[in-house]
Design a protein around this ligand. Structure first.
Ligand code: GDP
Length: 490
């Protein structure tokens, strides 16, 4: 099933129409671009654009740029001075004839040009409609189309790099490879089912099982990139936890290098959670300063504590802040045990207030090990020395080292391969998960001796799910859902 023949109608796109949109952000700026795509693009250019010498646009002109004016064809009134770029289909963004008028920036000029195009018969493009046409016309697949939105929305250098790679087709290739394998297996089982009475060779269970395992491994590799994808999309969710007054807000400020959280000497003043995003080694890190974890307190504080527990539960990384200057107690132990999951770093704070920060850090290390020992109620998961560091939010000492530790913990565990194609959004991740479940269903169905029809059904679901990533398989609302998230003019 090709993408073009299913979705011309299902997706609601009327590809015979010529569409127009403002492709730059509307607001003060040097240049504003009005983009037109469709069968009438060239005639709209011919009727509204005048070069100084009144040069005619040649029929086979493409990838050209002309200086001139946009005029009302009937009155000859000049709307704006502009550059006209011509990109004839199929070698254009949408594969249709595309013209772009680079007008003066600001809302007025572009809106006037847009209005003129609409009066002359173009329709205002829906969000993402240009990219939707690029997909419908087979220039890019659905995963590549989504990457365009990813590039526009990228919030970090690494996210931008990943989206650009996806536009190149990196992700599509891996998905196609797994899907292709499953399609092959499906064909062999279906042939055996369809011609059961005839003399067609029976399916070799062993080969089938191996094939399915191979597909499983491919999907598992894809899923491994899901964490990286989510991190690039949303940032590494990092919760800063610790007793009231431990120095959490100050640490957040030091990492962000500006005042954002309320810093005060009264315990329990960070009553809500405060969020900031920083970039460490190109990876977006979303810092959440939680209220001090302390049992009891007034009602508002209790709510804050509840929120910080939630932030911790949802965190990819926890920074447990322990005041190097104060003595440590059961509350600190509780906090440490609470972080005993895979990614966390102990931050000894206020190092400027202790005489020998190095020795104090060693004491903290011993305290952490003791608190986490199974005898003391810990899970005994072990604690790497590299995950402890001393900082002073006041002098900035140790902050760079902490940033390096964060980078190590996030990328050093092989959890983030920034150089690979990644599952970039929740839709893609859910689909690969669904495909994985179906393939596992097929594998266990096979070993339980379930009928080939049932195994077939599982494999078919997996093929369908993977096809939805690249767009070979489309459901009626899928395109609307995807492209409505785009900005106008893209
Ligand atoms: P939170 O309740 O854990 O968010 O703690 P705050 O960040 O509000 O800090 C509590 C108190 O400790 C404030 O008076 C801060 O100025 C002080 N403080 C925090 N970090 C440092 C530090 O690195 N050095 C010094 N000297 N004081 C600090």
């Amino acid at each position: 099933m090709s993408s073009t023949d299913t979705c011309g109608c299902e997706g609601g796109s009327q590809q015979g129409e010529t569409i127009v949109g403002i492709s730059t952000a509307v607001g003060p700026g040097a240049v504003g671009i009005v983009r037109v795509s469709g069968p009438e693009a060239m005639s709209l250019a011919a009727s509204t654009f005048r070069t100084p010498g009144d040069r005619e646009i040649l029929p086979d002109e493409t990838f050209s740029l002309a200086y001139g004016r946009v005029v009302e064809p009937e009155t000859g009134e000049v709307v704006d001075e502009a550059l006209l770029a011509i990109m004839r289909g199929p070698r254009s963004y949408t594969r249709e004839d595309v013209i772009e008028l680079q007008c003066h920036g600001g809302a007025v000029a572009v809106r006037a040009v847009l209005g003129l195009m609409v009066r002359l018969g173009a329709r205002i493009a829906e969000p993402g409609e240009f990219t939707r046409r690029a997909f419908l016309n087979g220039r890019i697949d659905l995963a590549q189309a989504e990457s365009v939105a990813g590039i526009v929305a990228a919030r970090s250098t690494a996210a931008l790099r990943a989206a650009v790679r996806q536009l190149d087709g990196g992700l599509s290739e891996s998905v196609q490879e797994a899907r292709g394998k499953l399609v092959g297996l499906l064909a062999s089982i279906e042939a055996a089912v369809d011609f059961a009475d005839e003399d067609v060779e029976e399916v070799d269970d062993q080969a089938l099982r191996e094939g399915l395992r191979g597909a499983q491994a491919m999907l598992a590799r894809l899923l491994e990139t899901a964490f990286a994808g989510r991190v690039l999309e949303e940032g590494v969710r990092t919760a800063i936890v610790g007793r009231p007054n431990a120095g959490k807000s100050s640490l957040l400020n030091a990492l962000v290098m500006r005042e954002r959280a309320i810093v005060s000497a009264i315990p329990g003043t960070t009553r809500d959670t405060v969020e900031e995003q920083v970039e460490i080694g190109g990876i977006p890190i979303r810092l959440v300063d939680t209220a001090g974890l302390r049992v009891g307190g007034d009602q508002v504080e209790k709510m804050g504590v509840e929120r910080s527990r939630r932030a911790m539960d949802q965190a990819d990384l926890v920074l447990a802040v322990i005041d190097l200057e104060s003595s440590w107690d059961e509350q600190d132990r509780m906090i440490l045990r609470g972080c005993e999951k895979d990614r966390w770093i102990v931050v000894g704070s206020k190092s400027d207030l202790v005489d020998e920060p190095g020795r104090r850090l060693e004491e903290l290390e011993a305290f952490v090990s003791e608190a986490l020992s199974p005898d003391a109620g810990g899970k005994g998961t072990g604690f790497a020395e590299t995950r402890i560091c001393a900082v002073s939010a006041l002098t900035g000492q140790g902050i760079d080292e902490l940033r390096a530790r964060v980078h190590e913990v996030i990328s050093g565990e092989g959890k983030i391969h920034l150089e690979e194609a990644v599952l970039a959004n929740e839709r893609q991740r859910n689909l690969v998960e669904a495909a994985t479940r179906s393939v596992s269903g097929a594998v266990s169905g096979l070993s339980q001796g379930k009928g080939e029809e049932l195994v077939c059904e599982d494999v078919r679901s997996a093929v369908r799910a993977l096809g939805e990533i690249t767009g070979e398989e489309l459901t009626p609302d899928l395109l609307d859902e995807i492209f409505s998230r785009f900005c106008l003019g893209k």
